[in-house]
Design a protein. Sequence first.
Lengths: 250, 406
Amino acid sequence: MAEPLIELREVSKDYVSEAAIVRALRRVDLVVERGDFVAIIGQSGSGKSTMMNIIGCLDRPSTGRYVLDGIDVTERSNDARAIVRNRLIGFIFQGFNLLARTTALENVELPLVYRGVGGGERRRRALAALEQVGLADRIHHTPNQLSGGQQQRVAIARALVTNPPLLLADEPTGNLDTRTSLEVLELLQRLNRSGITIALVTHEHDIAACAKRLVRMRDGAIQIDVRQEPTDAAAALAALPSREAEEKRA
Amino acid sequence: MKVFLAALRISLRAIARAKARAALTVLGILIGVAAVVVVVALGNAVRDQVLEQIATLGANTIYVFPEDTRASGARVAARPRLTEADGEALVREATSIAKVTPLSTARGQLVVGERNHPTTIMGIGDDYFDVMAYSVKRGESFSAVDFRLKSKVVILGDSVRKELFGSQDGIGEYVRIGKHPFRVVGVLAPKGQSPFGEDQDDRVLVPIGTFRARIQRSAPGRVQLLVASASDERTVERAVTQIEQILRQRHRIDPDDRPDFGVRTQAEIRKSNEQTFTILTALLSSIAAISLLVGGIGVMNVMLVSVTERTREIGIRLAIGAREGDILLQFLVEAVVLSTIGGLLGLVAAIAGIAVLRQIVDWSFQIPFDAVVLAFGTSAGVGIIFGFLPARRAARLDPIEALRHE
Ligand SMILES: Nc1ncnc2c1ncn2[C@@H]1O[C@H](COP(=O)(O)OP(=O)(O)OP(=O)(O)O)[C@@H](O)[C@H]1O
Ligand SMILES: [Mg+2]
């Protein structure tokens, strides 16, 4: 088997303040193979976001090592980690985190700006990414002119535009209704099938059911780690009552 | 370059979004830059004006005046004195001197009928007109007889004539100085303001002998000042040396002792004036520079607000791969753009202001090139200096904390 994409080795994270020490992660070991789709669940405060931030090179572990794509990034400089984020990782956040008053197209272009890709090429790739998420007709809309689901799809396009091997999503459907959530999941499953590794934090069981692997956290440690047969989001979506039916009921 | 252009685009957009705030910040820099440029232009114009006028006084003019030596030591020295004979000796013996005139002045009241006018009365020799570059416009100058007989004759400055005779030239009329009636023989060609702001036409001239006899009684031959003109601009220094030698000899002063007279040249006066104006301009520009500083603080303030306001944006940028340098550059460029726009507009304002000043005063205003470069350079510099702190603060933000920022 090829070397894994993500390797957390005895990673701990402590938040120290005057009041107390919060042990957000306790000697977590986690290995994620390329092409996997991991759902991370657990109670609020169990350390899911903390772990995602470390995996995303946004934060550093207090102890332990983190190897991403064969590179030990634990002790790398801030700039080196910025480059790693830019090249290897696409982020999808609960709050979308798009730049306000900036068009969808420009939001999607942004990671390429920091990679130094020229204007024409940048635009072409951003358009392709927006096409992939089905927003080709909304490229000049700013976030406040888009629905939550559309905003999240712009965010996904932004995460995809650099062709990263890894997508990290921390509660990507937290602000979306069931239908829109499943639409996003359908998109993520499609991307996963094309070879992108995905790690996703969620509170919803039907969302977690769409992943190939389920990790459950508790008190900063991994409590359960199982493989599962993923639900097909497209099928789940088809099983939902149609929009018209919903509207009629309302 | 590409990185820089990207930063420039981002900055311009950020500025466009907060127009009112940007405008006020720009205004701060604008005022500072305009102030510096106008003040420097004004200073230069005044200096040029003064130096030009000093030049009209004649670059080869040398002033010799009595100087008190008693303060220098216990030895009781003679009262300082300078005489007409000293002047004659200088003309005779100093090869580098063309002409010398004695000069003594006093304040006095001129009366014609009901009218009177206080003015400066000058006792002069007949070379006064050449040495001091005055000429008689109407009537005539003093004759040799006037000098010899100490006649009560007077030449009026044009301002005095206007005061006393209005539109008349007054030639042949009598004016009373003290209790003596003086006959007006001539009127000077007007000269206007002196470099030091005094009216050079507010004076009357009488023969030096007459001055001693009728205006201010003093020992025979005594004068307050000798004004010499060197035969050539280049021989001024030699002339000074000759004056010192001749007068030391005549006044019997040991080579080691301090002389009882002083010598100053027009060149020295020019130099000291030039210095004064340089200092003055520097002083005024530093006051103007303070407004530039205040403008810079404005830039810093606005940038700090901007960084705080856009913390989340910074977090997003960091998350998707912006390096610290990218963020630093983005905010630095924004500050520099703000301040150089201010600099450019300030320059435009200064040019407009100088154009207006040109209409008001008849001076030869130049847009000082060095001030332009300076103002522009400093405004860009101000952007860098005052933008650096906020930009660094932005660049050093922790990505997670920035993303959590509301
Ligand atoms: N910056 C911080 N300073 C101090 N404590 C922190 C900080 N960030 C997280 N924590 C603490 O670490 C623990 C884990 O937090 P984390 O955000 O990882 O939880 P989570 O599993 O993502 O919860 P949720 O489902 O509510 O998002 C919590 O107890 C939290 O209070
Ligand atoms: Mg969380």
